[in-house]
Design a protein around this ligand. Structure first.
Ligand code: ADP
Length: 545
């Protein structure tokens, strides 16, 4: 017997319709590429998304055709989120930090038909446009009078002129909720990038889940600043959850330095922000010497790479801001776990609570996770035993766009996505990443967490950044070496840093060496590129060998 409730597809257009009807005057504030501050409301967003949908229809784009963006976080990008997906096309957010060759490869692989870009990326577009034969419309996200002359880009249109001529009346089409809505290519440290192809259903379910109190806890009372880029896994789904909750949205545009972020947060009374650790490092680096404090910020979600405990403590103790440590992947839309304490943990002493807060957190309903050994046997949730982390759920990839199906199957035939992360899970269900499988350091048959080694170095006042890699050793197989960037003007010797490790970790886990470098190579999403670092250290020999 089937239930007798109404069956309605979960479509992204329903989010914008809801936002317009129930939060029509909710504010969306954007710092534009031009430098000024733009303000409008969800009502304006909905109207202009419909104009964009009409403009796309006018081009004769078919259902599921791809529309790409190369853009910062801002209102026009948000219009693409709803106008493109809502009208049945697929939004393809491109990562402008990639090399032009990679961008061209990705555009061709996705067969993008339209490419909308912020003027910042004009040189990038000029570099790739001759190599992207599928793109038939290039759109600069600007007013007509700002359209660059003699850009060399055939038929380049201004976004405002293009959608300005389109009607703002549009009936969002109804279709199967499993229809593709957007796509994001993973950075790909090796081989070609791979795309996660999200659906309307996966996106709406993820938006619901993300808004839950123990997840991102978004509400109409919040003023939310997503620093995490809209070109990377849909800014962790915040634009969709924002439409669902009606929170005020504050977009930072291209200005991601500490001063600009701080001033925007204060001016727009931001209560909630989200971003990767490197961004917050810059923000704290600006605030601390100047003795500044936040007047409204209450919570910040930090994820994308491990949040150093020193950062969690600093936000909490120096600024009274709660850090929500999050873990996820492009292949997971991206949210998998979030670290919020349970009721019975609220009475624990602060040091005990801090130990929990450093973990990546508890699975969100909708994400099933487990850790397994090399033979696929499930490992115990004791907070000590390491295993490969596998996940399954309705917003996790089944297969890559035009690519392979990465799932591994259990005895019941259920498919699990192997995350490539190595983790422990404790009895309360708190997961802690100890390494990526390719980054694990194995010394004498024992695992050493490169993250632990980095976190200790990061807690040293003279260290700006630290990356730990395993180096080949004839006896131990591998030994850890930590590459360190010193803070400007700070003094630190190899011996001082090694002494700093004493008592903070097991003796055998203390790195064998410290290598001072000018910079740690970062990938397109701001993450440390260990593969590149290993290449840079190619001629390196461990001391005494
Ligand atoms: P995102 O950067 O949005 O999390 P990516 O797909 O680029 O997505 O990277 C996912 C990988 O990043 C994870 O598999 C994991 O190795 C790492 N990662 C993400 N969040 C964390 C975290 N909080 N702690 C440690 N590693 C993390």
């Amino acid at each position: 017997m089937l239930g007798q409730m109404q069956s309605q597809p979960l479509l992204i257009s329903s989010l914008i319709e809801f936002a317009e009807r129930h939060h029509g005057d909710g504010q969306i504030v954007s710092r534009r590429v031009e430098g000024d501050i733009h303000r409008y409301t969800y009502r304006d967003l909905a109207r202009r998304s419909r104009q964009l949908a009409n403009a796309l229809d006018g081009l004769g784009l078919a259902f599921s055709d791809r529309v790409a963006t190369l853009a910062w976080n801002g209102y026009r990008h948000m219009e693409a989120y709803f106008g493109v997906s809502g009208s049945g096309r697929v939004l393809h957010t491109l990562n402008p930090r990639l090399h032009p060759e990679q961008i061209a490869w990705i555009v061709n692989h996705a067969e993008d038909q339209v490419l909308c870009f912020d003027l910042t990326f004009l040189p990038l577009v000029q570099a790739v446009q001759g190599k992207c034969p599928t793109v038939r419309k290039w759109v600069a996200l600007c007013d007509a009078d700002r359209l660059p002359q003699d850009s060399g880009i055939p038929g380049l249109a201004s976004y405002e002129e293009w959608i300005g001529g389109a009607s703002d009346q549009y009936a969002w089409p109804q279709f199967d909720e499993n229809t593709a809505s957007s796509m994001c290519y993973t950075s790909g440290t090796t081989g070609h990038p791979k795309a996660a192809l999200y659906s309307h259903r996966s996106t709406v379910l993820h938006a619901y889940a993300a808004a839950l109190p123990d997840v991102m806890c978004l509400s109409a009372r919040d003023s939310v600043l997503p620093v995490v880029p809209m070109f990377h896994v849909n800014a962790w789904g915040i634009p969709y959850s924002a439409a669902l909750t009606g929170c005020k949205l504050v977009f930072p545009g291209p200005a991601l330095d500490g001063k600009s972020l701080y001033e925007l947060m204060e001016a727009e009374h931001v209560t909630y922000a989200a971003g990767v650790p490197t961004v917050w490092q810059m923000l704290l680096g600006y605030l601390k010497p100047a003795g500044l404090k936040f007047s409204t910020l209450k919570r910040t979600v930090i994820g994308g790479s491990a949040c150093p405990p020193a950062m969690i403590a600093s936000f909490q103790d120096d600024f009274g801001v709660e850090v929500l440590h999050a873990w996820g992947m492009t292949e997971m839309s991206p949210l998998g776990t979030l670290c919020t304490l349970k009721n019975q943990q609220l009475d624990l002493p602060p040091e005990e609570q801090m130990k929990i807060r450093q973990k990546q957190g508890r699975a969100i309903y909708g994400v099933d996770m487990k850790i397994v050994d090399g033979q696929g046997r499930e490992m115990p949730w004791d907070g000590k035993t390491f295993g490969d982390l596998l996940v399954r759920g309705p917003w996790i990839v089944d297969s890559y766009y035009k690519g392979e199906n990465p799932l591994v199957h259990d005895a019941q035939g259920r498919g699990w996505f192997p995350t490539g992360d190595v983790a422990t899970i404790d009895a309360d269900g708190f997961m802690q990443i100890t390494d990526r499988s390719k980054d694990v350091i194995k010394s004498g048959g024992e695992w050493i967490s490169s993250i632990d080694i980095e976190n200790i170095a990061m807690a040293h006042p003279a260290v700006a950044m630290a990356a730990c890699v395993g180096m080949p050793h004839p006896k131990w197989d591998e030994r850890p070496v930590v590459a360190v960037v010193r803070k400007p003007g700070a003094e630190l010797t190899r011996e001082e840093l090694l002494a700093f490790y004493e008592g903070k970790t097991a003796k055998w886990q203390i790195p064998d060496d410290v290598v001072f470098v000018d910079a740690i190579p970062l990938g397109a999403t701001g993450k440390m590129l260990k593969t590149r670092l290993r290449e840079q250290l190619a001629g390196y020999r461990l001391p005494g060998l």
